[in-house]
Design a protein around this ligand. Structure first.
Ligand SMILES: [Zn+2]
Ligand SMILES: [Zn+2]
Length: 375
């Protein structure tokens, strides 16, 4: 008969995460095999504590346990898949709890091989460049594998030797307080090997810093905020580890005339009140390098949009093109001289409701509406 998990940890059934953790921690220290060498009872108790905590710290497993007891995890029952799976699983939670005391011992290394760091490169391009696409040459300072020693860090003709301090494991055990802890070997920094004659080119680091030139293909139609990954173009790995990746973060410079929305462009064009009233035309320059004539019919209202089909941005990796929208902004005349004022006053006098169907009678209609409400 297995002991109740809550009893094993000596906590109430309603114990919260913090209480569980603290109870586990206290008991794990007490029954740790390093503190009780050769004591099978302590070892058994230690495993029980681990199993109880492993189950109760997981809300799903805890709920299942609360409902079905140990049966929840037996015979391939729900959640547990056979329950607590021996030493491997326990090592993980042990590191969860004691990780901070182990000197960052969670970093797993094999012979000091480490993946190189990822690099970030910020690139700003113009809307014209995003329109046409381009191949950009960039220079990236990065550490690469030393060619002199092929990354071993040892002088050519010599090789690294097994570290005396840790015997090649990269880890040392030391007694501290109740039990012994494992930490990264201070002599070889976890590599398991030391170098007697360091390579002169890289000073034993196995890597050198170099500025590399890379060409980056920027496809036409690329969006602001796009991240381009160049696999393996980041920093070299340590001692033969794989290289990191290089990420290019693209941003678009704001354009003076065009605003972009996906593959469509918007261009605000101010026109005079008289052009809006009488009609007219103007030419807009577009990103394909041509000029396009836009005809303004008479009586054009403010904020009216004209669509120039296919004059927007290319759609990324497609043969399609977006559109360019011309947005009319009517400019009211300012700084009138005497003559202009007279003409406009004359115009006002001879105007009829037909000339301004929206504004004529607007306030009268509004007044009527609200008087109707109050009746
Ligand atoms: Zn070297
Ligand atoms: Zn060592």
């Amino acid at each position: 008969m297995k002991a109740d998990y809550y009893e094993t940890l000596g906590v109430a059934r309603g114990a919260d995460e913090k209480e569980l953790k603290s109870a586990f921690r206290k008991l794990a220290m007490q029954y740790h095999p390093d503190k009780n060498p050769g004591d099978e009872k302590a070892e058994h108790k230690f495993k029980e504590i681990g199993e109880a905590y492993e189950t109760l710290k997981d809300p799903n497993k805890r709920a299942a346990y609360d409902r079905f007891g140990h049966a929840a995890f037996e015979n391939g029952g729900m959640g547990g898949g056979g329950g607590f799976g021996g030493a491997g699983g326990f090592a993980d939670i042990f590191e969860d709890i004691f990780g901070e005391m182990m000197g960052g011992g969670r970093q797993r290394r094999s012979g000091g091989r480490e993946r190189g760091a990822d690099l970030r490169y910020n690139m700003e391009i113009t809307l014209e460049e995003a329109y046409a696409g381009k191949t950009a040459q960039i220079r990236v300072p990065t550490s690469i594998t030393c060619d002199e020693c092929s990354g071993s860090g040892a002088k050519p003709g010599t090789s690294p030797v097994t570290c005396n301090t840790c015997g090649g494991s990269g880890r040392v055990r030391a007694a501290q307080g109740f039990f012994s802890i494992e930490r990264t070997c201070p002599t070889c920094h976890g590599r398991g090997q030391t170098i007697k004659d360091p390579c002169t080119k890289c000073a034993g680091q196995g890597r050198i810093t170099e500025e590399r030139s890379l060409s980056v293909n920027i496809p036409a139609g690329i969006e602001d905020g796009t991240r381009i990954r160049l696999t393996g173009e980041g920093e070299a790995g340590v001692r033969g580890g794989p290289s990191g990746d290089l990420y290019i973060f693209l941003s678009l410079k704001p354009h003076e005339f065009f605003q972009r929305d996906g593959s469509d462009l918007y261009c605000k064009v101010p026109i005079s009140m008289t052009t809006a009233a009488l009609g007219g035309q103007f030419e807009v320059a577009t990103l394909d390098g041509t000029q396009t004539r836009v005809k303004i019919p008479e009586g054009t209202q403010n904020a009216k949009q004209f669509r120039l089909k296919g004059k927007g941005m290319p759609v990324l990796r497609q043969p399609a093109m977006g559109d360019l929208y011309i947005q009319i902004a009517i400019e009211t005349p300012q700084n009138l001289n005497k003559r202009q004022r007279e003409l406009l006053e004359e115009f006002e006098r001879v105007s009829s409701q037909d000339n301004s169907p929206q504004s004529s009678g607007f306030f009268a209609r509004m007044k009527e509406f609200f008087e109707g409400l109050s009746e």
